[in-house]
Design a protein around this ligand. Structure first.
Ligand code: NAP
Length: 306
């Protein structure tokens, strides 16, 4: 395979269809990532954008089943509502009350998964080489992605999770998602993260859209022992990644997690091992093309969206 853009595969009567449901989905990298994976393995599959406005998810999901889609990804703002529409949920999806991957079952029902949980874990412990066991993490946000990261961290043996949110009561579902796991959880108002001392080997994760347009989060003390992960991948680097690197921390954007959650969704649909290198190359091509394009930057919401 060459590093350049691939020719579109022919779509036939036999082609299996999957896609990404979100609003908006225009800036999603997932079509490029998955279509590159199908092409790399020579699969007769196609992945399409499915823009579904708020309030139309139920109709969209019923249509998906009626039209014989093999499944779909779900992104902002539909992940939580999608969980309520599934006939069956994976253990992770039920715990975090969010679904990012729908798989059509043979009986016509839909099974909901949340591959963000294992996607974050594979990125953090595999690719970034950070073991959170026995350590502290500061997590910005308590939405679907934050709940997925929190569950992955708690399962990996994190000792203490500090959650920084605009409205602490909105973190209740995150706290519930960790019930029965040994991590100690503390919820703080966002501003209280400023200057916080987290200790050696701490992890800082941004699971909010803050930074997409250059906005800055209130930062804890960062240093060479800190590991920073921003789930956003635009701009590159994000303000948080920039701040982490300036303090000597190891700092990563959200592309790694995006690829791993996509690889897991690909495997659920096709039963084949995902060609991660081809998927990464497609994402980098798309990001490079965006960076080189003139015109306004994509709006805040979808910048890290699947
Ligand atoms: P979500 O369910 O809508 O949750 C968003 C969270 O961000 C909520 O806690 C929300 O707090 C908080 N938030 C929103 N605007 C904020 C602001 N201006 N200041 C402070 N907090 C704010 O969305 P999500 O699915 O969790 O996604 C969160 C981010 O992660 C998005 O940018 C998404 O694109 C990115 N993401 C990346 C990946 C990846 O693979 N790289 C995967 C999933 C998600 P309130 O409750 O106060 O609104």
């Amino acid at each position: 395979m060459t590093g350049g853009p691939m020719a579109a595969a022919p779509i036939r009567g036999s082609t299996r269809v999957v896609g990404v449901i979100g609003w908006p989905v225009r800036y999603s990298l997932s079509p490029e990532i998955h279509n590159a994976a199908f092409a790399a393995l020579g699969l007769d599959w196609v992945y399409v954008p499915l823009p579904v406005p708020p309030g139309r998810l139920r109709a969209a999901v019923e249509g998906l089943v009626a039209m014989g889609f093999a499944g779909a990804n779900v992104t902002i703002p539909h992940k939580s509502e999608a969980a309520a529409l599934c006939a069956e949920l994976s253990e992770e999806a039920a715990r975090v009350a969010a679904v990012n991957t729908l798989v059509a079952a043979e009986d016509g029902g839909l099974r909901g998964h949340d591959t963000d949980v294992a996607g974050f874990d594979r990125f953090l412990r595999g690719e970034a080489g950070h073991d959170p066991a026995g350590r502290t993490a500061l997590l910005y946000g308590a939405g679907g992605a934050a709940r997925a990261c929190a569950l992955a961290l708690a399962r990996a043996g994190l000792a203490r999770l500090v959650v920084a949110v605009r409205e602490p009561a909105r973190a209740d579902p995150l706290v519930r998602a960790l019930e029965g796991l040994p991590a100690e959880v503390e919820v703080l108002p966002l501003a209280a993260a400023e200057g916080l001392a987290l200790g050696e080997g701490a992890l800082v994760v941004n699971a909010t859209p803050v930074g997409t347009s250059g906005e800055r989060l209130p930062l804890p003390r960062l240093g060479p022992g800190t590991v920073v992960v921003d789930l956003l991948y635009r701009p590159d680097p994000t303000p948080l990644v920039e701040a982490g690197r300036a303090a000597g921390a190891a700092a990563y954007g959200g592309l790694g997690m995006l690829l791993h959650q996509a690889a897991l969704a690909f495997e659920l649909w096709t039963g084949r091992e995902a060609p991660l290198a081809a998927m990464r190359a497609a994402a980098l091509r798309a990001l490079g093309r965006d960076a080189g394009a003139r015109g306004p930057r994509p709006p805040a919401t979808p910048a890290g969206a699947a």
